[in-house]
Design a protein around this ligand. Sequence first.
Ligand code: SF4
Ligand code: MG
Length: 340
Amino acid sequence: TGPLVELRDVKVHFPIKSGVLFDRTVGYVYAVDGVSLSINKGETYGLVGESGCGKSTLGRGLLRLVEPTDGEIVFDGTDIRALKGESMRRMRRRIQMIFQDPLSSLDPRQSVESLLVEGLNAHGLAKDKAATAKRLREALAAVGLPASALSKYPHEFSGGQRQRIGIARALVLDPDLIVADEPVSALDVSIQAQVINLLEELQNEHGLTYLIIAHDLAVVRHIADTVGVMYLGGLVEEASSDDLYREPMHPYTKALMSAVPVPDPQVEDRRERILLAGDLPSPTNPPAGCRFHTRCPWAQPTRCADERPALREVLGGHRVACHYAEDIAAGRIRPHEVEP
Ligand code: SF4
Ligand code: MG
């Protein structure tokens, strides 16, 4: 199975406007600044990073809900940035999105039926009443909700059920790719696992491909085949989920991982905590060279501040954007104290 989606050097830069009389552009927010990745058919790609790293913008850029500034988005062989009007609308059906907070993304005055029909109408797929009714019941059944849910309103459901409605709403359009932006972060931990399991079941039954965006590394660990880590608009590491969690290689990923508690107290005691200095720099004025050099405990003079590291394959299938990935992995460069 080949790639369903390929992003090639995708950039999303938002202009910062100033001036009352003249709409002058005084700078840019470099929200996504040159990301290349591909997702195979039937696979789950987990995209993780702190808030503000550009992961949500990348997800929205893929659907052209925000227009990328540069790069290619190849979906099933077509560069979707070149599509217009009707052909883009047809493409939109194949890529559906699920959002973080099901309550805020669902209109509270609309019944579940009308929420589900809305998407079908937008694509001219609700012409036959009986066929539509069947389609709605099937979508609800697939997410574990009874047909009686159709006449109810979002507030009549729990958070987990509302996310199921959000999933049914995507599913009813029979998409190939689902972009899920923080699909479980508004839910209780016990409910999170149920929704993740449901997504996995649906993937197996319908051959779906997922891009799952999360700030929490633990959320994507089990569902993702491949995990990409973003920092300040760029992908800093990408590997199979197993490899990434077994041996994170980029200093930023190491720091993120060291902040996740380990249940085993013996392991917990022996672990090295990696503390990062300072705050996330502004995406308006990202550091030159390696964007992580202002906070990196392994940063070396002067290359890290001067030269932006490319994402390159360091081990089989394990890509890292760090000049010193091999030296760090082998312990030839030790972390130093970073001034807080
Ligand atoms: Fe740290 Fe330098 Fe590697 Fe960037 S390139 S992650 S600053 S060691
Ligand atoms: Mg899977």
